[in-house]
Design a protein around this ligand. Structure first.
Ligand code: B12
Length: 227
């Protein structure tokens, strides 16, 4: 991924890019303390917390590749998840808040069969700081429970997260159930998660797909502009 940087001289950009590479290596090698130190260092240098999240997500992709290639096992995924969470704790107070009147309400869930929640939690934190009222249904949430929550809370937006391609049929199922209950036209649906493609999202009948949490927040902001 290329990042446009407005930071000063060339030397400084190189140093930041090296720091980003070191951060990814520390995450992939589960070096929690040095990762947290580097995250603090990047913040001190004026790097935005959202940009650091993108770097860490790239590190998690490397962990995923190592798992796929048989170099890492499930325990490595668990430790990587914990390492990432520790780094996110450092970042959380630095995410730009907005305060004031709420922009709108969103219900968020990771779909049935899937317990990945790091990306979902990042998206929720950013939505919260952007001024949305966020209702978290958690992970491994059945289509029934999701539709029930839309009925109960009447949100402006439903946010669904999924990382397992084996479970993606949950999206069209939820959309169909919402139509049957007469709720679909009242709620916008946005989906995200590393393995979801734009093409799949379009076929599933949702309103939008976001590759990153920041992109997702921007879409949701545009939907609720002026409301
Ligand atoms: C950490 C991890 C785990 C941890 C999760 C811990 C946790 N609390 O979440 C644990 C150990 C639990 C785990 C388990 C498994 N995992 Co796993 N896991 C990962 C890994 C390495 C990183 C995921 C992650 O957190 N990424 C970082 C976050 C920040 O990225 P993200 O989730 O994509 O979120 C970003 C965006 O997508 C977006 N976003 C996310 N959600 C949403 C929602 C909305 C609405 C919006 C707008 C945006 C948005 O915002 C985030 C920031 O930009 C991925 C590899 C990868 N490339 O993703 C594999 C991966 C997802 N896992 C995989 C597998 C196979 C499994 C297991 C089946 C392994 C096993 N044999 O048990 C189990 C399944 C358990 C289950 N039932 O869910 C595969 C899935 C393959 C596939 N195509 O289906 C992957 C891709 C690894 C691989 N390359 O093979 N895993």
């Amino acid at each position: 991924m290329s990042r446009s940087s407005t930071r000063g001289c060339e030397g400084e950009k190189v140093a930041i890019n090296e720091l980003f590479d070191d951060m990814k290596t520390a995450l992939v090698e589960f070096e929690v303390d040095s990762l947290k130190e580097m995250v603090r260092g990047a913040l001190d240098k004026g790097v935005r917390a959202e940009e650091i999240i993108d770097v860490l997500s790239e590190g998690m992709d490397i962990v995923g590749e190592k798992y796929q290639e048989g170099e890492y096992f499930v325990t490595s995924l668990i430790i990587a998840g914990e390492t990432m969470k520790e780094a996110l704790d450092v970042l959380e107070p630095h995410l730009s808040g907005q305060g004031g009147a709420k922009r709108g309400k969103i219900v968020v869930a990771t779909v049935a069969g899937d317990i990945h929640d790091i990306g979902k939690n990042i998206f929720m934190t950013l939505m919260d700081t952007a001024g949305f009222d966020v209702i978290d249904l958690g992970v491994d949430v059945s289509a029934d429970a999701i539709v029930g929550a839309v009925k109960e809370h009447d949100p402006d937006i439903l946010g669904l997260s999924a990382l397992l391609t084996t479970n993606l049929e949950q999206f069209p199922l939820i959309v169909e159930m919402l139509w049957k209950e007469g709720l679909r036209s009242h709620v916008k649906i946005i989906v995200g998660g590393a393995t979801i493609t734009e093409e799949f999202a379009r076929g599933a009948g949702v309103d939008a797909h976001a590759k990153t949490a920041v992109e997702g927040v921007n879409i949701c902001k545009a939907w609720t502009e002026g409301s």
